[in-house]
Design a protein around this ligand. Sequence first.
Ligand code: NAD
Length: 260
Amino acid sequence: PLTGKVSLVTGSTSGIGLGIARALAEAGSAVALNGFGIAAEIARTKDQLAADFGVEVSYSAADMTSPEAIAEMIAATVANHGRLDILVNNAGIQYVAPLDQFPVEKWNAILAINLSSAFHTTRLALPAMRQNKFGRIINIASAHGLVGSPFKVAYVAAKHGIVGLTKVTALETAEDGITCNAICPGYVYTPLVEAQIDSQARAHGISREKVIHDVLLAQQPNKHFASVEELGSLTVFLASEAAASITGTALPVDGGWTAH
Ligand code: NAD
C-alpha cells in the first residue's frame, strides 16, 4: 500500500522506531533511518531492511537535540529519496526521579528530544509534503501524553506537549492532504523499558519483578506489554489512504490503561 512513498523515522535504530521502520518497509515504503548505536549494527539493519523488502534505505546520525542536524537530516532525506511522505517522530528518552531532585540537564534533554525535535522535523518536512499534497505525520507520544505518573515529570510534560503539537499540526494542514496523529502506547517491551525497570526499582525501593507487575503493568489492565509489531501495523494504517480522514487524534495502544 505504501509503494513509492518515502518515510523518515526518528530514533529507528532500536525498539519501537525500528519496528515501525520495518513495518513501513514491508508495506513498500523507502525508509530513512535515524538514531544512535554501533555503526556496524546500524549498517547491518540498513542492509537487512533493503534485502528483506526490496526498498531503498538510508541513514542519518542526526542528534535530535540539534535543530541544525535535524535540518540537515530532512534536506538529505529529500535529496536522497526525492520526496518525503511519512514522518514518524519517535526518538525519545526517559529519566525517572522525584520532581524536586530531577536533574535540570535531564529535563532539558527530554524536552529537546521528546518534544522540540518533532516541532523541528515537522516544520521542515511540511514544504515537501505540501508540494505533493500528501503527508502523514505520526508522533509517538505515550499513555503519558494523556495521564501522569509520579517521578516522570519531564517525560509526562513532553508527551502532553506532543499531543498538543499533534492537534495544531493537524489543524494547520487539514486542507493540504496531510494528516497528523499521535500514537499513545502504554508499556511496550523495548530497551527503554528494560532500562527503567532498574531505576524504578531504586526510586520505589522494590525488586525488578515487583516493578514489572505492581508498577509498570499495574497501569495496564490487560497485563501485557504491547509489541513493536502492533505499533508498526497501526503506523502503516495511519499512513494509508484508508486513514485520510483521521487527523488530530491521540490513539491509545495501552491495554485499557487510559480507560481508568
Ligand atoms: P529505545 O530506547 O529502544 O529507542 C529510542 C531510539 O531513539 C533509539 O533509536 C535511540 O538511538 C534514539 N535516540 C535517543 N536519543 C536520540 C537523539 N538525541 N537523537 C537521535 N536519536 C535518539 O526506546 P523505545 O522504547 O523504542 O521508545 C521509542 C519511543 O516510544 C519514545 O518516544 C518513547 O517515549 C515512546 N514510548 C515507549 C514506550 C515503551 O513502553 N517502550 C511506551 C510509550 C511510548
